[in-house]
Design a protein around this ligand. Structure first.
Ligand code: ZN
Length: 242
């Protein structure tokens, strides 16, 4: 079984199309979205429609829920808030009910998906420190949990004694006796200084995790952000991957 697992598209259609083209070469069996399909860029409807058509498993991000009134706008900075309000005003047809239907977590027998943390999935905390990571490890009923939200990919591995290591690698081999939290980074707004879209492939049978990147037409996305009347900064940041 080969899974495509990705997060934080943020209405960036050019990045999403580039990643899906790359996935076509990967013999993927199932597609999984870890949240934030919308917010920030200018193509919420097109991105939702692509996800609805091709994704088997899809969980909610804070921007998805905030765009349909399920999560407070108070938690967002001014640019993010403006983009969420813009998204909400531009959602068409059944795309709004689709976002409303997204659950916070999803568990298969192989892995769990959650946008932020398992501790409080509905408060969308960042899984970015030892305590919050330990809490999620303790709540995991599967060996692997995939997360998104920070837009920074990386792998946390916990051994049987509870020691946690952090690894920023493109390839990782899953081993017995370890549990893993894998942040799959962001398709539509990477924040590690590299503008290329990030996506993950999980080969369950071989126990292998791949983090991959692809170029896309960043300039086209930036121009669309500005043409839509969204904050200019949301277009500019894509050029530098911050
Ligand atoms: Zn996000």
């Amino acid at each position: 079984m080969r899974y495509a697992i990705f997060s934080d598209i943020h209405s960036n259609l050019e990045a999403l199309e580039a990643v899906f083209n790359a996935y076509r070469l990967e013999a993927i069996d199932e597609y999984c979205s870890v949240g934030d399909i919308v917010g920030y860029a200018a193509n919420p409807n097109e991105c939702i429609e692509k996800i609805k058509d091709s994704v088997n498993i899809s969980v909610a991000g804070n921007h998805d829920w905030a765009s349909v009134g399920l999560f407070s706008l108070d938690y967002f900075n001014p640019e993010a808030k403006e983009a969420i309000i813009w998204s909400e005003n531009n959602l068409q047809g059944i795309n709004r009910p689709y976002l409303e239907s997204l659950e916070l977590t999803y568990q298969t027998k192989d892995f769990t998906l959650v946008h932020g943390t398992l501790g409080k999935p509905n408060s969308f905390d960042y899984l970015d420190n030892q305590d919050i990571a330990l809490e999620t490890f303790a709540l995991m009923k599967t060996r692997i949990c995939f997360v998104g939200h920070t837009h920074i990919h990386g792998i946390l591995a916990m051994d049987k004694e509870g020691n946690v290591g952090y690894f920023k690698r493109d390839y990782f081999k899953i081993e017995e006796d370890y549990k893993y939290i894998i942040n799959v980074g962001s398709i539509g707004q990477p924040r590690d200084g590299d503008p290329r879209a990030v996506y993950c492939v999980y080969d369950k049978d071989k126990g292998e995790i791949f983090i991959k990147r692809t170029d896309y037409d960043v300039e086209k996305t930036r121009k669309k952000v500005i043409a839509a009347g969204l904050p200019k900064f949301l277009g500019e940041r894509l050029l530098i991957g911050r």
